[in-house]
Design a protein around this ligand. Sequence first.
Ligand code: SF4
Ligand code: SF4
Length: 186
Amino acid sequence: MQMGFYFDQSRCTGCCACQVACKDWHDVPAGDEKWMRVLYSEKGRFPNVFVAYLASACWHCAAPICADACPADAISKRENDGIVLVDPEKCLGKDDCGAKCLKACPYDAPQFGPEENARMHKCNFCEDRLAENKVPNCVEACPVRALDAGPMEELETKYGTGRTAEAFTWSKRTRPSVILKAKSAE
Ligand code: SF4
Ligand code: SF4
């Protein structure tokens, strides 16, 4: 089984509630380290401007290239549900290793704090909540229900198999576990 996310870009208002809820649940300090990021893209010229937001976490890829890139074997994919986890104790640290996971990831998901030789952290699909059959905190926090999470097969039955959204490129190489509904410029 593979757990994954659904993101409906047409609903997202860019309120960042998911980003804040993630930081709050995982006690991530204020600052640039964000396990869930809300990205912003803009096209066109005033008054014909098209704006879209993209909630971007770790997509727990079917083929996690971050794990292959890690020289310390700190990143692994869990067999029973496919979530990709990092063991910060094994991580060599950003400076000593050169953040190879971050360089390899097509989605900039690996995150580092401001401290010297910071160890990598990232979205862990709220594994503690998952153990209690709860959705990740970002999903629960979204006021417009732009996010969902669950087994990929169930998500596909519910939402289809959309792989495109503004500012998102589906990686054939890593096969991210996310289904998207794009925001249309029309
Ligand atoms: S999104 Fe990046 S960090 Fe997450 S599993 Fe895929 S390659 Fe690894
Ligand atoms: S920064 Fe840590 S987790 Fe990332 S590749 Fe290096 S040792 Fe592995």
